[in-house]
Write a protein that binds this ligand. Structure first.
Ligand SMILES: [Zn+2]
Length: 49
């Protein structure tokens, strides 16, 4: 869990904002967790279509 997950799950962040935040925070995150976030955002995008 990181700030992106927490804010996104509380719906305080949109998919677009989460993607931007991920781009900014990617250096400080574990590769495995980045994949998890990407999966989470992808699923959310598919749901919103
Ligand atoms: Zn996280």
């Amino acid at each position: 869990m990181c700030l992106i997950c927490v804010e996104f799950q509380k719906q305080k962040m949109t998919i677009k904002e989460a993607r931007r935040a991920l781009g900014e925070m990617i250096v400080g995150l574990e590769g495995e967790h980045v994949e998890e976030i990407e999966k989470m955002l992808k699923a959310a995008e598919e749901e919103s279509e």
